[in-house]
Structure formats: C-alpha cells, structure tokens
Design a protein around this ligand. Structure first.
Ligand code: AMP
Length: 329
C-alpha cells in the first residue's frame, strides 16, 4: 500500500504513520525526519536545509526531491510506504507522481488529516518526543508521569526546536499557501480521503484503518470529481461537502467520523475531547490568536528565507512576542 498522509503540522501524521508501520509492516518515510538526520550529520546539504527549517520555511525542492527519490528506491519501499510531510507543494506532488510512474508503483491514496486550528496549536506547542525509544507525549493531553522524562525508558524528552510559537506561525502559513492546494490536487485525481483527526490517538487510528480497508482489499473506488457550483446533486445523492480553511469539514458534518464512502460500515461514536483546564484553554487560545495574526502576513518566499528576515517581517507587522508556554524549556 502506498499512502500519502496530508495535513497541517501537528495534525498527527507522524503518530498515525508509526501505528500504520506496526499494522502493515511498510516503512514510514518522513521528509522531516530525513532532513533532521542530514542536519545532524553536519553535511553541507544539512547546513543548507537548516536555515529554512529553523525559520519554518520549506527546504528547496531540489534537496528534498533528491532525498526522497533515493529513499523510495530502497528495497524496503517496494512493498509500499507511508509518506509523511511529503509532498508539501504541487511541484513535489508532480515529481512524486513521475517517480512512482517510473517505478511502476502508483500512489493508492492521499489521506487528509483534518484537525481544527486550536487543536493544532496545542499539539505543536505541547509535543515532546523521546529520542531514545521514539515514544511521543504532549504536556497538555498526554503528559509523561515525570516532567520531561520518558515513561518507557527514562530518557530525557526532547522539544523540537521548530515547535516554538514564532516558527509554528510560519509553518502554518506555509502550509496554508503551499501545501493546502494539494487537497484539490489529490481530489481531482480521485485519490483523496478525509479523516476526522481530532480525538484520542487510538480512536483516530481505528477510523484510519476503516478508511484504508477498501484500499487494502483493492476495492476502493476513486472519489467522483466535485460538482460545479450551482449544480444540484442527483436525486437521493448528497453533494460533496466543501472543505473549510483548516481542511475542516463544515459544521453540518461535525462530530461524524469521516469514513471511506466505499466501506459501507457505520461510523463509530466520536468520544468527547479530553478535558482541558481553563489555564490550558486560555494558553492555547492565546497561541492560536498569535498564529492567526502571523498567518495574515504576506507569504515569505519559500526557500532560503533566514530567521532574521522573518523576524524583521514580524516587527514591521508590530507583532508582540508571546510569553513562553508553561511546559516549555
Ligand atoms: P516536519 O517534521 O514534517 O514538520 O518538517 C520539519 C521541517 O522540515 C519543515 O518545517 C520544513 O522546513 C522541512 N521539510 C520537511 N518536509 C519537507 C518537504 N517535503 N519540503 C520542504 N521542506 C520540508
């Protein structure tokens, strides 16, 4: 099975991808992870990528495509893969199609992880990872028993350098401008599926498996192209629902887990969101407001933008820096 997981930073692509690896025994290919490895190796390529990554901008297509082509040609990717964080713009998606065509391994499905904006902010600012055993935590929704220490292996937890408020604002803005058009790209190919990615990790995973079931069985039918505005759906049929800003389904569909149209199975009940303290709510609200302000700024050129330039833009816009989050070091 060849899958693209599509969605904003913090939509849970990495978490779900890891669960899919255990289920289907196919590799998780994350361009973010691959780039961080190149960066850690201290190669000239890594240094080139670092400036863009630190600023929350996209690394150049040239670098990313070089890395991904090599990865997809590796032996373990022959039986399938889960792409996470790639493609991130239309040229990357076209290059992926081309690479997979030459490998004679077309993409099966692109799954959009649909999460609302406030949940994204909470996930991004609160996430911590164990670099030793790979366990993931969130200081708001899934905290470790001991502060900054892994429950599983006791190693110190890591807060990603680009999970700070300023870089997060840039990353969401970049997503909005460059990555969001991929929703239409894959929809027009009939490859798009939309997953309600809000709630407990395991509940989302169950929905994902339900959605992928027809793909695994080879019975998935491509999604019909969207109706033109003003065209009435045929009698007894529902018009495809438009997606709102965050790739979120409209209010009418809220609370209903989105499952494959072809599985025919009843959606399970969505559990209530985990309780959040008033302090957490206020904090996440503050972060969301700051990111929204930052997203209103004109898009900065994708590759090669230095952190300083982004900061200068911020000062011009008169944006005040935010206080550090409670769980941040
Ligand atoms: P991620 O771990 O997917 O959030 O990626 C972290 C950072 O790596 C992003 O903010 C980008 O700077 C860079 N990156 C990851 N994947 C790509 C990609 N497909 N194209 C360009 N830059 C990428």
């Amino acid at each position: 099975m060849r899958i693209v997981l599509l969605g904003a930073p913090g939509s849970g692509k990495g978490t779900q991808a890891k669960l899919l690896v255990d289920k289907y025994r196919i590799p998780h290919v994350s361009t973010g992870d691959l780039l961080r490895a190149v960066l850690a190796a201290g190669t000239p390529l890594g240094l080139q990528a670092k400036a863009a990554m630190d600023a929350g901008q996209l690394v150049s297509d040239e670098i990313v495509l070089g890395i991904i082509r090599e990865r997809l040609r590796a032996n373990d990717a022959r039986k399938g893969f889960i792409l996470d964080g790639f493609p991130r713009n239309i040229p990357q998606a076209q290059a992926l199609d081309e690479t997979l065509r030459t490998l004679n391994q077309p993409l099966d499905v692109a799954v959009l992880m649909d999460v609302d904006f406030d949940a994204l902010m909470q996930r991004l600012t609160g996430r911590r990872n164990c670099e030793n055993c790979g366990a993931s935590y969130n200081v708001y929704t899934n905290p470790p028993r001991l502060d900054d220490q892994c429950d599983r292996c006791g190693a110190a937890l890591h807060h990603r350098a680009d999970d700070n408020e300023e870089t997060i604002g840039n990353r969401l803005r970049v997503y909005d401008v460059q990555t969001r058009p991929l929703i239409e790209f894959y929809r027009s190919q009939g490859r798009l599926e939309v997953l309600d990615a809000v709630g407990e990790v395991n509940v989302i995973f169950k929905r994902l498996l339900l959605l992928l079931d027809p793909v695994v069985k080879g019975t998935r039918k491509p999604m019909p192209p969207p109706l033109q505005t003003g065209t009435k759906p045929a009698k007894g049929k529902t018009a495809p629902q438009p997606l709102s800003r965050a790739g979120k389904l409209p209010a009418a569909a809220k609370g209903k887990p989105v499952i494959s149209r072809s599985s025919g199975k009843k959606p399970e009940k969505t559990p209530a969101k985990p309780a959040r303290s008033p302090a957490h709510k206020a904090h996440a609200g503050k972060l969301a407001a700051a990111a929204r302000r930052s997203m209103k700024k004109p898009a900065v050129k994708a590759a090669g933008v230095k952190g300083k330039a982004a900061k200068a833009g911020k000062r011009v816009a008169g944006k005040k820096p935010l206080k550090k989050s409670a769980g941040r070091k």
